[in-house]
Write a protein that binds this ligand. Structure first.
Ligand code: CAA
Length: 381
């Protein structure tokens, strides 16, 4: 076992860190306040190869690995977790299902543009009545010649307004039980009947857009089916296996940012005649943060390595996502506590980290769903 990063992995991590610290971090507070989508940053990330990191070069990607994806996403999210989720959704939830389940035609028509960053993708699974119970979705897709006609509403769609296309899921067999008879489609934004609905005003990750999408007699070519008709729920769940590695890496970035801010503030802030870092009350908080971050990083890098090795990693992804997101929440709360009154005002970034951290315990499967997935996988062994 060798825990050292390869030269290529070190290079990608450093490139992501340099870009994030120089181009992303300085505007993070303002983007958060204005809920402003970072179009220029996303364009540059495409040019740097960050929008399709693990996708082979022949399909427009950077042709590296999922481990490199985790390394880069932690750095991007450390600077701005809102930018992190935009990158994560494009890589994991849009490029990945097309790459793994799509045919060559779909890869040529869509993946190449997504992975190179020329276009942006979204993932529309959740519905107003189907969140944790994703299999109970009710959007329908009815075959009509060589097209399908979609009707239904999708909720909380990250990148939903800024995207050029999305991967979605609809019931092609309305009589099938929950989780069955679902088909996965690629739909281009701008297709008649693809309607962008309400923009959500979020607590955190405010620079990424989050909208509802309404399909109203939206016609999609049958050629846009990802995988097989009726097998879409498995595409959705297998996609979340890598999605959860991405959200875990986003959480890791938030946790690391919280730790770094705490180290820097506590060494400068003087109370009772000494920097507060000299007090055990602060040291113990910092030690716990660092330990949990290191544990999260190992879990996530291990899950990514398993994916790179072609191993099933549902269990490891859920463990990594769960541990990293709960670590991020605890670390951000402690960072605010260490900053005292200054932690509670917008001038310092830790209150943003606290708001950003919360969503990592909710989306791509709540912490409760991760525990369910972990327990089910253990009991099935
Ligand atoms: N890979 C491949 N197949 C899988 C799988 C996986 N990881 N997990 C399960 N399957 C298969 C099962 O074997 C089963 O196959 P059969 O039909 O042949 O038996 C089928 O898929 C259905 O699986 P389950 O019976 O386990 O399904 P379920 O209805 O009990 O639900 C669940 C499982 C884990 C609760 C799932 O619904 C879930 O993960 N819910 C959370 C939803 C979620 O994470 N949503 C994220 C939305 S996207 C988002 O959040 C993005 C964003 O904003 C940034």
């Amino acid at each position: 076992m060798d825990f050292r990063l390869t030269e290529e992995q070190e290079f990608i991590k450093q490139a992501a860190r340099d870009f994030a610290q120089k181009e992303i971090k300085p505007g993070a507070g303002e983007r958060d306040e204005k809920a402003e989508f970072p179009a220029d940053i996303v364009k540059s990330m495409g040019e740097l190869g960050f929008m399709g990191i693990a996708i082979p070069e022949e399909y427009g990607g950077a042709g590296t690995s999922n481990l490199s994806y985790v390394l880069a996403l932690e750095e991007i999210s450390k600077a701005d977790a809102g930018v992190g989720v935009i990158m994560s959704v494009n890589n994991s939830l849009c490029c990945d299902p097309i790459y793994h389940f799509g045919n060559d035609d779909l890869k040529k028509r869509y993946l190449t543009r997504l992975a190179s960053g020329e276009q942006l993708g979204a993932y529309a699974l959740t519905e107003p009545g189907a969140g944790s119970d994703a299999g109970s979705l009710t959007t329908t897709a009815v075959k009509d010649g060589d097209e399908y006609v979609l009707n239904g509403t999708k909720a909380f769609i990250t990148n939903g307004d800024s995207c050029d296309l999305l991967v979605t899921y609809a019931k092609t067999d309305p009589d099938a039980p929950s989780g069955k008879g679902i088909t996965s489609f690629v739909i281009e934004k701008g297709t008649p009947g693809f309607i962008v609905g309400k923009h959500e005003d979020k607590l955190g990750i405010r620079c990424s857009d989050c909208v509802s999408i309404i399909f109203e007699d939206c016609r999609v070519p049958a050629a846009n089916i990802i995988g097989e008709e009726g097998k879409g729920f498995k595409v959705a769940l297998a996609t979340l296996d890598v999605g959860r590695i991405g959200i875990g890496a986003q959480a890791l970035g938030i946790a690391q940012a919280s730790l770094e801010e705490s180290l820097s503030y506590s060494s400068e802030r003087v109370q009772f005649g000494k920097p507060i870092a000299a007090f055990q009350a602060i040291q113990w908080k910092i030690a716990d943060m660092a330990m949990e971050i290191a544990g999260s990083r190992l879990l996530l890098q291990h899950a990514a390595w398993m994916r790179d090795e072609g191993m099933r990693h549902t269990l490891e992804s859920s463990m990594g996502k769960l541990f990293a997101s709960e670590t991020a929440m605890r670390a951000a709360l402690q960072a605010v506590q260490i900053h005292g009154g200054y932690g509670y005002i917008r001038e310092y970034p830790v209150e943003r980290h606290m708001r950003d951290a919360k969503i990592t315990e909710i989306y791509e499967g709540t912490s409760e769903i991760q525990r369910l997935v972990i327990a089910r996988n253990l009991m099935a062994e």
